[in-house]
Ligand binder design. Structure first.
Ligand code: GDP
Ligand code: IMO
Ligand code: MG
Length: 430
């Protein structure tokens, strides 16, 4: 067997959580391979809504093993909050959630560093989620990091204090007031105590060598789905640098984030919204700063699942979508939030850019300070409520025309059209 992959093709929040949950019954294992609690994956069913940050979205199926892979970074406090919320809804986790010993830990001071670095960047700030993502991956690459496997060792506390000291020295340089800064409304010392208490909860879970676990599972013929976080346009190498996250969000990240060979990558599902959103700073060629953008935000409820920030909204960007499809090797597309476009008589799609007077479909090296204009084609809207549809055959012709229009431009089939946040609001195409 090979590892199938589901990842976002835009700037995140495409609806990955919903679709992983929908696909989970087909998989024996669901694994996160990168990112951390900067992710906010929403799942809705039976009138309940869950937002997961660290825990894979396969957790609602008791028969599926969920793995937090080595490429993920974990904030114990946030992880425990997620667990507690699931427990409140009688969702069992301990029997079917495993954590890689090689996953790195987000320390409380990583979060302070994230805040400091953002502050020091002024107008050029990334718009980070302030979850400590950049500093934690920085320490991983700089070979300073602490990993889940370290927490059971006797010298963990001294390793922790050594790294904390290093962080405090940097914070002092930036004149950061550690003792008065609140993390999730809590002063540092208390937050740190909660962090250590949360480590004890993590110790109750099965801590695994996830690379062996996944590869053995593949040998035994088990089905595995890798769940992406963020989106391809936030990738550390290929996103609109420096306004990106700090991990490889593209398919290649699955190999290093789970320890599988590229030969073992199976089907790649690419998920995109029928329009575009972005939260945080960075270029956004099709952004709508007008009442249309506002309408998309209100109808699509485009407010961050992790930070609550309003998401920037704009029309679908085909050159950007094609770029992500190329980087990810997408086999099948899943188009989300089609229902959000229902009230629009006309829908625009960006099919090329004009950069310094030249027409192109390629993403330039520098998307930030370039004279880039998005060129649009306009198609008819369908002006019909999609949210009650249960099969694609009942969908309005104009919606199918929109899907076919996209398929023709990107040359990859769209196998799913999503028409609402609930599990059941999912239409499958042949
Ligand atoms: P993720 O990070 O990719 O998992 O996406 P988020 O959960 O951050 O954001 C997607 C939002 O859209 C969530 O609030 C979902 O409940 C919602 N959603 C997902 N699919 C659809 C859909 O087809 N229509 C509508 N209206 N909302 C959807
Ligand atoms: P999911 O998995 C949308 C954005 C932040 C910021 C940039 C860097 O829910 O799709 P970071 O905290 O990673 O250093 O922030 O990346 N960002 C996301 N935007 N969805 C996400 O995750 C995101 N994770 C990070 O807004 O612009
Ligand atoms: Mg999200």
């Amino acid at each position: 067997m090979k590892v199938d992959v589901l990842l976002g093709l835009q700037w995140g929040d495409e609806g990955k959580g919903k679709i992983v949950d929908v696909l989970t019954p087909k998989y024996e294992i669901v694994a996160r391979f990168q990112g951390g609690p900067n992710a906010g994956h929403t799942i809705e069913f039976d009138g309940n809504k869950f937002v997961l940050h660290t825990i894979p979205s396969g957790i609602f199926n008791q028969k599926t093993i969920n793995v937090i892979g080595n490429g993920v970074i974990i904030d114990p406090c946030i992880f425990v909050k997620e667990l507690n919320n699931l427990a409140k809804h009688q969702i069992e986790t301990r029997n079917h959630l495993y954590i890689s010993k090689k996953a790195h830990l987000i320390l409380p001071t990583h979060r302070l560093l994230d805040a400091t670095y953002e502050q020091s960047k002024g107008e050029l700030k990334i718009g980070s989620t302030l979850k400590g993502i950049g500093p934690t991956y920085t320490d991983k690459v700089a070979r300073n990091g602490l990993r889940i496997g370290d927490i059971i060792a006797n010298d963990f506390k001294s390793k922790y204090l050594k790294l904390k000291k290093k962080h405090l020295e940097i914070l002092e340089f930036y004149k950061f007031d550690v003792s008065n800064y609140k993390l999730d409304g809590i002063l540092f010392d208390e937050y740190e105590a909660q962090w250590f208490a949360a480590l004890d909860v993590i110790k109750e879970f099965k801590l695994i060598d996830s690379e062996y676990f996944i590869n053995n599972a593949l040998k035994e013929g088990k089905s595995v789905l890798a769940e992406g976080a963020q989106g391809s346009l936030l990738d550390i190498d290929f996103g609109s640098y420096p306004f990106v996250t700090s991990s490889n969000t593209i398919t290649a990240g699955v190999c290093s984030g789970l320890g599988i060979s590229p030969k073992n990558v199976g089907k790649v599902y690419g998920i995109f919204k029928a329009y575009c959103t972005r939260v945080g700073s960075g270029s956004f060629p099709t952004e709508l700063d007008d009442e249309i953008g506002q309408k998309l935000r209100e109808i699509g409820n485009e407010y961050g699942s992790t930070t609550g920030r309003p998401r920037r909204c704009g029309w679908l960007d085909i050159p950007a979508l094609k770029y992500a499809i190329m980087l990810d090797g997408v086999d099948e597309l899943l188009m989300m939030k089609a229902d959000v476009l229902s009230p629009f008589d006309k829908i625009k799609v960006c099919t090329s850019y004009t950069i310094e007077g030249k027409n192109t479909q390629e993403i330039p090296f520098n998307t930030e300070n370039t004279d880039l204009k998005a060129n649009y084609e306009e198609v008819d809207g369908w002006n019909a409520d999609l949210t009650k549809l249960s099969k694609i055959e009942d969908a309005p012709k104009k919606l199918i025309d929109y899907v076919k229009f996209i398929e023709k431009l990107v040359e990859v089939p769209v196998s799913v059209v999503s028409v609402g946040p609930d599990r059941t609001q999912t239409l499958f195409r042949e």
